[in-house]
Write a protein that binds this ligand. Sequence first.
Ligand code: SF4
Length: 435
Amino acid sequence: MPKHELILLKNMMQPGYTGSLADYEKTGGYQALRNALGKMAPTDVTAKVMKSGLRGRGGAGFPTGVKWGFLPKDYQGPRYLCCNADESEPGTFKDRQLMERDPHQVLEGIVLACYAIGAQSAYIYIRGEMVLGSKILEHAIGEARAAGYIGKNILGTGITADVWVHRGAGAYICGEETALLESLEGKRGLPRVKPPFPATHGLYNKPTVVNNVETLANLPHILSRGPEWFASIGSPPKSTGTRVFCVSGHVKRPGNYELPMGVTTRELVFEYAGGMRSDKPLKAFIPGGASAPFLTPEHLDVKLDFESVAAAGSMLGSGGVTVMEEGTSMVWAALRLMEFFYHESCGKCSPCREGSSWLVQTMRRIIAKRGQMQDLETLTDLCKNIAGRTVCAFGDAEVSPIMSTLKHWRHEYVALIHEADAANLIRPESAGTRH
Ligand code: SF4
């Protein structure tokens, strides 16, 4: 039994809960919407969300209410809300569960956000592979529209907010908010150069907010139970509420665990996820999806909140916690992640496009025991010339597996290179090819 109150996963954990509109209404669903629309000013909704301290759950952790506040107040034309459901970060699988198991919780959050920012149209950009999730959402939207929660004149208030589902086509980069907007407009999903930011020049060049699924699912609860209640959970004042942590890797019970922010990885892995699968010691973990630098057993008691994880040299990111046991080759682990990033680079900017290729080639050479000490300097130099020099944050993300494994497990790289040296002593004919 969980020691902490579930908020986002609570309904779906009830026996027999189907996620239908009728089931959702029985739990108090859409009551926050009834209490807000036409009864609270949109600015009051934004003020409550700001006061709650809610920060984005997609990766960047930007304060949600502040993001909404960037929309121009005097703009009279259309404005849009986009729900980022393009969950593609390796090791992250929470949004899928939220959409498939309790879709109305997400939809209520979307309509509340539309009301707060004055958007009459919202698009759920869902990862293309999530066929089931998109069908469930389509069905739920139909139910909500028929019941008057979505569409024109919601609940007789005269307020309009309609919602559409748009399936992506499998590109990781479309989870980056401006690439998502490009894709939604029917163009190739390439990140835009910023500024301008989506708040002023977003979808179809109109003011737009892009919020993650989990972020939006929190809104009905903040509105129903109050911002003070939400702000008292987790690690206030900067990391409030719960996170749905996605635990994967070498643990006995991988899965989604909703816990207050500030839980430690030790608690998450050993109290909730059943501990290590083969009782070997934990060797490494990624605290926030593949984009987050690796941490070590020394960091097991670091609080999983935005500030503490950043202070430890990584990031809370998407909440995907991937655990690796003793015996895992960290060079191999870094290469696997690097191959993913190489495959997913959109190619728009040369440091990322060319650099990811060079990083993969160099890593493969080391793994194949054809490396040399000079390769370690090459890797470091490449990483430094990618991070911070690209159009989007992907560049920073793709170097993190290599930089963090070089920092904590450099001896594993060196050992592979020494094995290469030994092999070449046995095969002197190859010595002339190496320096
Ligand atoms: S950093 Fe990579 S993914 Fe981002 S725009 Fe440049 S090439 Fe594309």
